[in-house]
Unconditional design. Sequence first.
Length: 149
Amino acid sequence: MNPIEIYTDGACKGNPGPGGWGVLLKSGDTVKELFGGELGTTNNRMELLAVIEALTALKRPCAVTLHIDSQYVLKGITEWIAGWKAKGWRTAARQPVKNVDLWQRLDALVAGGGHKLEWRWVRGHAGDPGNERADELANMGVEKALGRR
C-alpha cells in the first residue's frame, strides 16, 4: 500500500456562517492541495467535509496517516460512531446525531475504501507545518465560498 500523509482542517467565519475546508496530501515527493467551502455552514461540518474530501481524493487503497485537529471528528469516528449506529444514529441522550449525512458518508469511506487508516490528533495553531497549511487552505475555501477566489 502506498503510504500517504494527510492533514485536514475546517474553518468557519461565524458558526454558522461561511465556511471552508482544506486538505494537504503528501506521498513521497508528491504534494496535492484541495480546498472548498460553503455558505451557511458550521465549523464541525467543515472539519468532517475536509476528511471526506481527502479520502475521496484517493484513487486506490493507501496506508493513510490522517492528521486532524478536531476532537469532534477524531472521537466521533474512533469512539462514538459505533454507538450512534447501534442506536439508529441517535446519541446516548436519544437525540438525532448532528451532521448525520456527513457521518454516514465518512463511515462509508472508512469502511469501504480499503485504506489502512491511522488517526492522529494534532494541536491546531501550534506550529505543525502540515496543520498550518491545511488551515490556510480551509481559509481559502471560505474565500471561495464568498466568491472572492
